[in-house]
Design a protein around this ligand. Structure first.
Ligand code: ATP
Ligand code: MG
Length: 424
């Protein structure tokens, strides 16, 4: 579980707002959810025989003896909230949410026990148009952030009927090579054989490669859905690779599943993954409602953004106010407040704890401020302050206090409050 320090937060915020803006530009609206849910919710949605439920959940009993779990993913909570708040009653919902998720995994680069996701979910949409839209939206995020080195893998898991047929074929095959299966897989052979295809064990990869594939056992409707999705992606110019082994680690998926993967982050290559979960709403007690969503791993997004040379626009202090001499601190406080009142978004830092001119200028420099405002006794007497550019060779100038707002609004290129454009 990581601390995210101020410098990193600047990048996080930059990425979060880009992703949020793009989701909203497609009509998705924010939903904020609790971090704790009943353990039962995740057992029922993610599935008993999955890595998450078997070994990764942070579960505990609360004071009433109820079993609660720190959410390992967001979709179950979104569906629960949709049902309990009546959001799915004759309505369709396009929603986004974000925040921390918790999984007791083996921590390594790109894999943490508290990590963050940005999630989008479309409930009440049958697709495949919305499937394509969600993928096109994620592609826009990469373009906007200058992220390359991602490839899109897609697959279809069909519907429960065809999946059942496929499952039988898979069990036949896996039973034939049972002596070469690892412990997890032997256990899953009976209960949840599809999960074996999601195994991360390198020794299992050969067996998985040779397994029969779902694509050969699809129902006609799912095949049509998949073809239409591919056609829409082709038309939108989004390249993809069909990966027939892509099954995803949660049980609730059907039909479309996809993953954006990179080779730039070592073995933790999945940056954004998702799929359709048409049966989940009903399974959790709602009316049958088709749905699809994706989750983006923010830690991996930040890492990839940096690998791709992404830069976060600086958002440091604009003005550092230095106060030197008798009665100047009060004036510095008052002027700083005036500036904050008058100029939207200006960042003003007043020198705290006194100090010589030299030490105040040193702090001003360290603050990253573009300008220092120097308030001394003689300047005060003349109602003028010194304006010292810290990031250019320009000389210090003397500015009348009455002109200060206008001059700083211009120099920091921030709109004065109440000016045209700032009242929208
Ligand atoms: P992986 O195959 O890497 O374990 P996953 O299939 O378990 O990923 P999902 O449950 O689909 O992942 O979560 C969506 C996204 O969240 C992933 O694509 C990844 O970017 C991110 N993610 C998942 N688990 C972690 C983790 N432990 N630490 C950081 N990011 C994670
Ligand atoms: Mg995982």
């Amino acid at each position: 579980m990581n601390d995210i320090l101020p410098e990193a937060c600047a990048t996080w915020r930059h990425l979060e707002s880009a992703v949020r803006e793009i989701a909203e530009s497609y009509g998705y609206r924010e939903l904020r959810l609790p971090i704790l849910e009943h353990t039962e919710l995740f057992r029922r949605s993610i599935g008993e025989v999955t890595d998450i439920v078997e070994k990764e959940m942070y579960s505990f009993e609360d004071r009433n003896g109820e079993s609660l779990t720190l959410r390992p993913e967001a979709t179950a909570g979104v569906v629960r909230a949709g049902i309990t708040n009546g959001l799915l009653h004759n309505q369709r919902q396009k929603l986004w949410t974000r925040g921390p998720m918790f999984r007791h995994e083996k921590p390594q680069k790109g894999r943490y026990r508290q990590f963050h996701q940005f999630n989008v979910e479309a409930l009440g949409y049958e697709g495949p148009d919305v499937d394509a839209e969600l993928i096109v939206m994620s592609a826009r995020i990469w373009r906007r952030l200058g992220i390359s080195r991602l490839t899109l893998e897609i697959n279809t898991l069909g519907m429960p009927v065809s999946r059942k047929r496929y499952r039988d074929r898979l069990v036949d095959y896996l039973s034939g090579v049972k002596s070469r299966l690892d412990q997890d897989s032997i256990r899953r052979l009976e209960q949840n054989p599809l999960r074996i295809l999601d195994s991360k064990n390198p020794d299992m990869q050969g067996i998985i490669e040779a397994a029969p594939v779902m694509l050969d056992h699809l129902d006609t409707e799912s095949a049509g859905h998949f073809d239409e999705l591919k056609a829409l992606l082709d038309a939108a110019g989004v390249a993809y690779r069909v990966n027939p082994r892509l099954v995803r680690g949660l049980d609730y998926y059907n039909r479309t599943v996809f993953e954006w993967v990179t080779d730039a982050l070592g073995s933790q290559g999945a940056v954004c993954s998702g799929g359709r979960y048409d049966g989940l709403v009903e399974k959790l007690g709602g009316r049958p409602t088709p749905a699809i969503g994706w989750a983006m791993g923010m830690e991996r997004l930040v890492a990839l953004f940096e690998v791709c040379g992404g830069r976060t626009p600086a958002a440091g202090t604009d003005v550092y106010v230095a106060a030197l001499g008798e009665g100047t601190l009060e004036r510095a406080f008052a002027l700083a407040e005036t500036l904050r009142d008058a100029i939207d978004g200006i960042r003003v830092e007043v020198n705290l704890g006194g100090g010589s001119f030299k030490s105040q200028m040193k702090r001003a420099d360290r603050s990253g401020a573009a300008f220092a405002l120097v308030i001394g006794e003689s300047e005060l007497a003349g109602n003028r302050v010194g304006l010292k550019p810290l990031r250019s060779a320009e000389e210090q100038s003397d500015v009348a206090v009455d002109d200060l707002v206008r001059v700083l609004a211009e120099k920091t290129m921030k709109p004065a409050a109440g000016a045209a454009g700032s009242s929208k």
